[in-house]
Design a protein around this ligand. Structure first.
Ligand code: NAP
Length: 495
């Protein structure tokens, strides 16, 4: 089936006349549909539509905008199974995790619907008599939303819900690997009642669709999640136009296991964090930093648990670990497995798994554990974004903190310990936007800020009420009801 772009409230074909296929990563013979391979002219049309919709949308009271978000969240909840099934087919994650992805979308829709009635500013005393002082948020304009494939519903919702509730219109460019998920979301947004032009979807490549959005002078705010290479290119273009830009980029998350840790608990958290979503979560654990005293025991248990994980298509209830998103992703993990074989010690997995019955047509890779990685090795430093876990052995907490923080990235970290003092030190010392104690690195809740330190981002946050910061300008308002001239910083300083 062929799917259109969604521009000015209508599903339409791209002016290029070209389309591309989206396929199931568990079985690439399964073609999900054909999608518009759009170009700059489609982007321009979508931006015009968004621009035209802006005056009425920003004049709509925020609580009323919130009601539409609420309806959208309710529709997602009603269609949760259908959405999760479609996501598993297109992105590969097992159905339980796909349900979680949809649920994140529902949660942020409801949270941001509530923001329609809050969107707090400050009302503060003025330094002068008979004068009122307050601040309010206002929308910025047309927001460009550029998203990756790994959370194909949650991430677009995390960006579009705060943008829309605060009165912006959006032009949404999803990843080329997951356009069907985007179409399904936008269908429900239309049904929920977002006015024509407030939500526009343009599918196509990063170069032909993403970059024209970033380059447009009529898109003053961009929210992007993806690789650092792409983020840098976007940042360079956006900087020339002084755009508001929120970036969520490459990650290298780590779990610290101290010698007093509950190892059963740690193994549960590590296996889930390293191999859940086939290691393709932004919060996935790529490094375990373990105290020497318990390293062998932890590793034995990890290997046993990992060896028992069942690879397969995400819609099979027996499957623990689904496919990678693409052949390129699988080849990337294979290249790191070669590095591991040369520079460290592969103790579990290490090979593509497509030679197994039933997996021949998918991008499957064995869940892999590599021991005796050093913090500054390539495996300790570079993002792999697949089911390959490195074990780094350390002597004590001091070495563990050093190893954990010795990376350019900083999204999520965790510590397993029974020592409350160490737990508090970790909360203070770990240089990441999320710190977990006695749980793995994954599982962010939508009402807290989400975002990475250091090279993982540029200081903006998604989720929580702070998500509104990306999509709003502050306006400070003063009302002087004294009836005469009062000069700030002058008249109130008279002796
Ligand atoms: P990507 O290649 O950078 O793509 C992300 C999005 O940008 C896609 O929609 C892509 O379009 C588009 N794009 C590509 N080139 C572009 C350009 N020149 N101008 C504008 N847009 C462009 O990243 P990915 O491989 O899809 O995603 C995986 C990455 O996302 C990983 O590095 C992961 O760590 C990161 N991630 C980070 C977080 C976080 O919170 N920090 C969360 C999730 C994922 P096409 O699909 O058409 O190429």
């Amino acid at each position: 089936m062929e799917h259109g772009n969604f521009i000015a409230g209508e599903w339409c074909a791209s002016g290029t006349g070209e389309t591309f296929e989206s396929v199931n990563p568990a079985d690439t013979r399964d073609v999900i549909g054909r999608f518009q391979a759009s170009g700059p002219a489609d982007v321009a049309e979508a931006i015009r539509a968004a621009d035209s919709a802006l005056p009425a949308w920003r004049a709509t009271p925020a609580p009323k905008r919130g009601e539409i978000l609420y309806r959208f969240g309710a529709l997602m909840a009603e269609h949760k199974e259908r959405l999760a099934g479609a996501m598993t087919r297109e992105m590969g994650k097992v159905v339980a995790e796909a349900r979680g992805d949809v649920q994140e979308g529902i949660d942020i829709a409801f949270l941001m619907a509530g923001e329609g009635r809050r969107m707090f500013g400050d009302t503060v005393p003025s330094e002068l008599p008979d004068k009122w002082a307050m601040s309010i948020r206002q929308p910025i304009g047309v927001a460009g939303i550029i998203t990756p494939w790994n959370f194909p519903m949650a991430i677009p919702c995390w960006k579009m819900m705060p943008a829309l509730v605060s009165g912006n219109a959006v032009v949404f460019k999803p990843a080329t690997d997951t356009p069907h998920c985007a179409v399904l979301l936008v269908e429900l947004m239309a049904e929920a009642g977002f006015p024509a032009g407030t939500v526009n979807l343009v599918t196509g490549s990063g170069e032909a669709v993403g970059m024209p959005i970033v380059e447009s002078p009529d898109v003053p705010v961009i929210s992007f999640t993806g690789s650092t290479d792409t983020g840098r290119r976007i940042a360079a273009v956006a900087a020339r136009r002084l755009k508001r830009l929120s970036l969520e980029l490459v990650v290298k998350n780590g779990i610290v296991v101290m010698d007093d840790a509950d190892l059963d608990l740690a193994v549960d958290g590590i296996v889930w964090s390293a191999f859940g979503t086939t290691g393709q979560r932004c919060t996935a654990c790529s490094r375990v930093i373990v105290a020497d005293a318990v390293a062998d025991e932890l590793l034995d248990r990890l290997v046993a648990r990992t060896a028992a994980l069942r690879l397969g298509p995400g819609n099979d209830p027996e499957t623990d670990v689904g496919p990678l998103i693409s052949r390129a992703a699988s080849e990337k993990v294979a290249r790191y497995a070669e590095v591991a074989a040369r520079e460290a010690e592969i103790v579990q997995g290490g090979a593509v798994a497509t030679d197994r019955a039933g997996l021949e047509h998918g991008h499957f890779f064995e869940p892999t554990i590599v021991d005796r990685v050093r913090p500054m090795d390539r495996l300790g430093q570079e993002e792999i974004f697949g089911p390959l876990l490195s074990i780094i052995r350390v002597a004590d907490y001091g070495e563990a903190v050093l190893a954990l923080n010795q990376t350019r990235y900083g999204l999520s970290s965790s510590i397993y310990t029974a020592d409350v003092n160490l737990a508090f030190q970790a909360m203070r010392d770990f240089e990441t936007g999320i710190v977990y104690v006695n749980a793995g690195t994954i599982g962010a809740e939508t009402h807290l800020p989400f975002g990475g330190w250091k090279g993982t981002g540029n200081g903006h946050r998604e989720a929580g009420h702070v998500a509104l910061d990306t999509f709003t300008e502050w306006k400070s308002i003063y009302i002087d009801y004294s009836g005469h001239l009062q000069r700030a910083q002058i008249d109130n300083q008279r002796a």
